[in-house]
Design a binder for this molecule. Structure first.
Ligand code: ARG
Length: 273
């Protein structure tokens, strides 16, 4: 099994943390009085971009907008499948203007953008996994948006209920290891309602199950290219499990972004052509 994992090159969209700050609290990780070390944040973010490029991935960048401190979390801007862009409609009024800023980038890059009618926070809650799109609800993205996503892409959408406010986006409690036809995932079961846990166990009997420590270290907010897993260095137990299954953990520390409730995947939008 080890060494049989084949990476697939990705196209990522990111947003430089020029205006990153913690100015309001819209999840339990955020405390508006916590100062952010802007230089450290920038250094950590640049290390992530370097790691992606060093592993053969393409990284595009959207121009950051002053006054939008969470815009660095590019994953929330859209879900892109087969070159079709399903845009975002943020729950928090503070983040709503981000949608237009990203839409401008997508249009300039040659994509049409569908504007959702219901609250929908992009890849934060929408995770393509093989034949399905896994979709989180409970804190941000609504079940109505799940139906819009299914109608737009014609792909079966599996609604999953998130129950722990620390794991308010699906991508804080689950990530995809391989997104081929036989997709596999890693997740933290306690982030989900009992019924949703059962759904995940049925669909992914071979999934990697993470501990609370892994989840609290943002270990589930990882990005996998099918072989390399860009992962928070503090998620040691999860990294060990992945290595035993033939994946190659690539530790990238985004500790400064955890003050806003974000990690590696939050900073990364995948543009799937
Ligand atoms: N402060 C941001 C928020 O609460 C963090 C977003 C993290 N993004 C993600 N894909 N989980 O909206």
């Amino acid at each position: 099994m080890p060494d049989s994992r084949v990476p697939r090159p990705r196209r990522f969209l990111v947003c430089e943390p020029r205006h990153f700050a913690v100015q309001y609290a819209i999840n339990p990780w955020m405390h508006p009085d916590t100062p952010v070390d802007v230089d450290l944040a920038r250094g950590q973010w640049e290390a992530l971009i370097r790691a992606y490029r060093a592993h053969g991935h393409t990284v595009d960048s959207v121009e950051p907008v002053a006054g939008l401190p969470d815009m660095v979390f590019a994953a929330n801007s859209a879900l892109v499948l087969a070159g079709r862009v399903f845009g975002s409609l943020f729950h928090a009024p503070q983040r709503r203007p981000e949608s237009t800023a990203y839409e401008t980038w997508f249009k300039a890059a040659g994509f049409d953008v569908y504007r959702p009618e219901s609250v929908c926070e992009g890849e934060g809650d929408l995770v393509p996994a093989g034949r399905y799109v896994l979709a989180g609800t409970g804190f941000r993205t609504t079940p109505e948006a799940h139906r819009e996503v299914q109608e737009f892409f014609g792909v079966p959408v599996i609604s999953l209920r998130l129950v722990d406010p620390r794991f308010y986006h699906l991508d804080t409690g689950l990530f995809v290891l391989d997104d081929g036809h036989e997709a596999n995932i890693a997740y933290y079961p306690e982030a989900f309602s009992p019924g949703s846990r059962e759904v995940l166990a049925r669909l992914f009997p071979d999934a990697v199950l993470a501990t609370r420590e892994d989840a609290m270290a943002f270990g589930l907010n990882s990005v996998s290219d099918g072989r390399h897993v860009f992962i928070a260095p503090a998620a040691t137990a999860l990294a060990d499990q992945l290595a035993r299954r033939g994946y190659v953990p690539v530790p990238v520390d985004l500790s400064e972004f955890q003050k806003a409730g974000g990690g590696i995947k939050c900073c990364t939008q995948e543009v799937r052509s």
